[in-house]
Design a protein around this ligand. Structure first.
Ligand code: P5A
Length: 445
């Protein structure tokens, strides 16, 4: 993409309404625009990152054997009357009446609808296990929408629903989700800690939240420092192997890690004092096992091997896709702007032309731009007629992990400068070497 032809409405001043750094940088970098309280347009740069995050979520869900589909945002109230949640959900639910006076709602979640899909098509244990998921907009009429995409009213969620014959099978689905989530967050450059949580309006007795540590997080968290050192890394996981999946969950949930809702000081005190931490965290996902709460009330049953009929065992599992942008920025920025992890960056590298209009420099930039694209990379070429300082400031603000700076002086020696956004370190090399290095960095991503 050439910046001269892109739509990147960056702001020079700090917007007064933004209280936390991710909100501030998302507005300043021209990623989002607020349209109403807690409702945002996703401008091209923000939209690109949102799509990258969605892509990672899709890949990891499908790797775990989960099947994508798409349910609508608007739902008939009658489904929610069956489960009893239409009245329970309260003011957070946006209720709408259509022209035929039918009660509708903008879905805050989809347990009822997926249970309806399941009961209309599945009747036998032979069709299990089954996990269906989608990535779809949700609406929750939050009392205090704030911090930009962090607590929106309209927000994007990945929500998955698992159906199993037995409690053991359902717990395996729960564990499978936990491991697939750990991998998902790691690919986004995040450390998200599974913490035992409270279930709220979704229900159930087994639930974990995933928290990214950040001072601006809305939840108070208590944890054993050891939990922050765990990583999945490149481990290959066989998602059908129950013991292997359960062992990973045990490993990640063994150290003490709880939110204020489930914190137990007497257990916390058994953690060696030097490792005890109290901090704040951003909830980027939550998984629930709730058994037959919805299948009982909505009549979603399956025939078992012995011919009897039982309500199907269910769980639901959510990732806050739009919130993740805020969480990633909270975890990765400096005083100049965002620092995107390579896994989610909107462009792989920026090209800064120090002397726009100079024939040799322009053609060197064009050649680099083409060479990067030929290697499957997506560069953002700042080809505007601007001062070098302004170009650097924009690149720093929008946070591309790598920048190639091209100027006449370096080119005289066939050199460009490759700069790492995170460390600030620069290296001079030939344009070909810069392309090769970036191709290597992004290989397999
Ligand atoms: C699980 C999937 C559920 O709704 N039903 C379907 C279950 N869980 S949840 O914890 O309530 O939400 C899942 C994740 O969505 C994000 N989230 C939000 N993001 C932005 N703004 C909001 N107002 C908001 N509310 C929830 C969180 O990341 C949460 O973990």
């Amino acid at each position: 993409m050439r910046l001269s032809r892109y739509f990147l409405p960056v702001l020079k001043e700090n917007p007064a309404e933004a209280q936390i750094v991710s909100h501030r940088y998302m507005l300043r970098a021209g990623m989002i625009k607020q349209q109403a309280a807690g409702i945002y347009s996703w401008l091209p740069l923000g939209f690109r990152v949102l799509k990258r995050i969605e892509q990672i979520v899709h890949e990891e869900q499908q790797r775990a054997g989960h099947i994508p589909l798409l349910m609508p945002t608007l739902q008939p109230a009658d489904l929610w009357r069956e489960s009893g949640r239409y009245d329970d959900y309260g003011q957070e639910m946006l209720r709408i009446r259509d022209r035929h006076d039918r009660d509708m709602l903008y879905g805050p979640t989809n347990e009822e609808m997926i249970t309806d899909i399941f009961r209309s098509a599945v009747g036998s244990y032979k069709q299990l296990p089954l996990t269906l998921y989608h990535i779809q907009w949700k609406f929750r009429d939050e009392v205090r929408p704030r911090f930009g995409v962090m607590r929106g009213r309209e927000f994007l969620m990945k929500d998955g629903y698992s159906f199993d014959l037995t409690r053991e099978d359902a717990l395996h689905a729960y564990n499978r989700h936990m491991v697939s989530y750990l991998r998902t967050y790691e690919r986004m450059g995040l450390t998200a800690i599974p913490m035992r949580a409270a279930s709220g309006p979704i229900g159930g007795d087994n639930t974990h939240e995933f928290l990214v540590l950040a001072q601006t997080g809305e939840s108070e968290v208590f944890y054993d420092e050891a939990v922050t050192e765990l990583t999945l890394g490149n481990r290959k996981v066989d998602y059908d192997n129950r013991d292997e999946v359960a062992a990973i969950c045990d490993e990640f949930t063994a150290p003490y890690a709880r939110t204020d809702e489930t914190h137990d000081p007497s257990v916390f005190e058994t953690v060696p004092e030097a490792r005890r931490r109290v901090g704040r965290g951003i909830e980027v996902g939550q998984i629930f096992y709730f058994g037959t709460k919805y299948s009982d009330s909505m009549g979603a049953t399956v025939v078992t091997p012995d011919g009897s009929r039982v309500p199907v065992e269910m769980g639901s599992h959510g990732i806050g896709v739009s919130r993740l942008l805020g969480a990633i920025i909270e975890a990765s920025h400096d005083d100049k702007g965002i620092i995107w992890p390579e896994g989610v960056t909107p462009f792989h590298a920026g090209i800064v032309n120090l002397k726009q209009g100079d024939g040799a420099t322009d053609s060197a930039c064009e050649a680099l731009y083409g060479a990067l694209q030929a290697r499957g990379l997506d560069p953002l070429y700042d080809d505007r007629d601007e001062r070098a300082g302004a170009k650097f400031a924009t690149m720093d603000l929008i946070g591309l992990p790598w920048r190639i700076t091209v100027g006449p002086r370096g080119l005289a020696a066939n050199k460009v400068e490759l700069t790492c956004r995170r460390t600030g370190e620069s290296e001079e090399m030939s344009p070909e070497a810069a392309v090769a290095k970036l191709a290597e960095i992004y290989e397999g991503r």
